[in-house]
Design a binder for this molecule. Structure first.
Ligand SMILES: [Zn+2]
Length: 477
């Protein structure tokens, strides 16, 4: 590691602390790991850069890779680069992330302006790392709202095909491919030249060779353009306002990176949508549980149905309001929906002409919808329906009172016969009641527009069904 603390809790940086004094403190065991507070020693040799190390064992807090020259160098380059670009930001080596228990190689917290409170973690990766471990660490940073930048040691990770006659084709191993597909870009740093390479677009080519008379096709992956490296001083962070998401770019390739940048944005949008939907589901479940504990089970079912049918209207409140506040805000709607369901049950069982007619104008799904509940306002369901459909009810009452004999005849005849006959007149005049009454036949006329239309149908029924002479068919024998 690059930093430690002394007895006064002051930070010492291996690269720029006074060497003889630090060696003295080290000998006196007065240097500590800032993470686990255990004694550390100062090390500086001909090969290794100056750094601090735990005396006997590994750090109990920071289980990161054993320190290497490359790792130290990579961290230093990134640290200096960020310090230079963002002089007002808080930048620190090997910084513990309290939310996740991680230690970021270089941690950045912006302190002012539009960037205020944005947090970054830069990880310089020199040692091997599995994709699974990378993903775990990446997801942890993400869960803490910290954007992580993984800068791979170019000497270790950027590989090219060694096939004969093939130049510039890349050999992409698991880690680089995983980072590239998850993040949209992959960064490499050359420690010697301080040149950064940004992977953002690959193309595939096929090479065909004839081996022993058989055609062999081999796939090669190239970066396009081939030139996509630049000195780190020319690399800058391009920030997106919507997500406060940063991507490293440099002028020479920025234009060619545009399609990549927009696909990164759309995947961020997609991710956000998924996150919001998940939040919504979780919150909806909580409201459902609340309903189940505070209402009769039948009513709780109605509430759940109310929530599902009005999802678009209420989703923000489902997501943001506490259970108590949600039920307080929607209590009027919920109470009306519950009583609507009960009224509808009664209407269904009723033998009264008007009440039975009303049932035909409304379904159980309608009475829980907010659009309906708004129109219904503070009226009872029956009051509301009677008012809303008074013209239709008048028509039903008309057919029932005026053509009662015809309706009675239909009800008392063989229903299979009546059904098939009515089919030829108009199928919506058919009732599907098992033992229909004149009322059941009367309410079918709710679709008629006026008395004339009703009379026309009744006349047709009289002619084709009631006064129909069955003996006409006798010659069929
Ligand atoms: Zn430690």
């Amino acid at each position: 590691m690059i930093r430690c603390i002394n007895e006064e809790k002051e930070t010492l940086y291996a690269s720029n602390c006074e060497e003889s004094l630090t060696r003295k403190l080290s000998k006196e065991k007065k240097l500590y790991c800032p993470n686990c507070m255990i004694n550390v020693i100062f090390k500086k040799g001909k090969v290794m850069s100056a750094h601090f190390a735990h005396r006997d064992s590994d750090c109990v807090v920071n289980h990161s890779e054993p320190e290497t020259n490359s790792h130290i160098k990579g961290k230093e380059i990134l640290y200096d680069w960020i310090k230079e670009k963002y002089p007002t930001a808080f930048v620190e080596y090997e910084y513990p992330i309290s939310e996740t228990g991680q230690i970021a190689d270089v941690y950045v917290k912006h302190t002012e302006g539009e960037m205020k409170d944005i947090r970054w973690a830069f990880e310089f990766q020199h040692s091997p790392l599995s994709s699974a471990d990378w993903e775990t660490r990446h997801n942890l940073y993400e869960s803490a709202g910290i954007q992580d930048f993984w800068i791979l040691d170019k000497a270790r990770f950027m590989k090219f095909s060694t096939a004969q006659g093939i130049t510039d084709a890349r050999l992409r191993k698991d880690l680089e491919s995983t980072i590239f597909s998850k993040v949209g870009v992959c960064y490499f740093l050359d420690l010697e030249s301080k040149v950064m390479t940004i992977d953002f677009k690959f193309i595939t080519s096929w090479d065909t060779k004839i081996v022993k008379g058989i055609e062999r096709k081999t796939e090669y992956t190239y970066h396009h353009p081939i030139q996509h490296s630049f000195h780190i001083d020319g690399v800058r962070m391009r920030m997106n306002d919507e997500f406060k998401h940063g991507v490293l770019v440099f002028d020479k390739v920025e234009e060619q990176m545009e399609p990549t940048l927009s696909s990164i944005l759309s995947s961020l949008r997609h991710k956000l949508e998924e996150k919001l939907e998940q939040q919504l589901q979780d919150q909806a479940k909580k409201k459902k549980t609340y309903a189940e504990t505070n209402y009769e089970s039948q009513d709780a079912d109605i509430i759940w149905d109310f929530m599902k049918r009005n999802k678009e209207h209420i989703k923000d409140d489902v997501r943001n309001l506490s259970e108590t506040n949600f039920f307080k805000k929607y209590s009027n709607y919920i109470d009306t929906a519950i009583s609507n369901n009960k009224e509808l049950d009664l209407l269904e069982k009723s033998d009264d002409l008007v009440q039975k007619s009303l049932r035909g104008f409304i379904s159980f799904t309608d009475v829980n919808k907010m659009t309906f509940l708004n129109k219904q306002s503070d009226k009872s369901l029956e009051e509301y329906l009677k008012l809303e459909y008074k013209d239709k009810i008048a028509l039903i009452e008309y057919v029932y009172n005026t053509h009662r004999k015809v309706l009675d005849k239909l009800a008392s005849s063989n229903q299979r016969h009546i059904k098939s006959k009515l089919e030829t007149i108009n199928s919506w005049l058919i009732t599907y009641e098992k033992n229909p009454t004149a009322i059941d036949y009367a309410i079918r006329y709710r679709r008629c527009e006026n008395i004339e239309e009703i009379d026309k149908y009744v006349e047709q029924i009289r002619e084709e069904i009631i006064d129909y002479d069955p003996f006409v068919d006798f010659d069929l024998w």
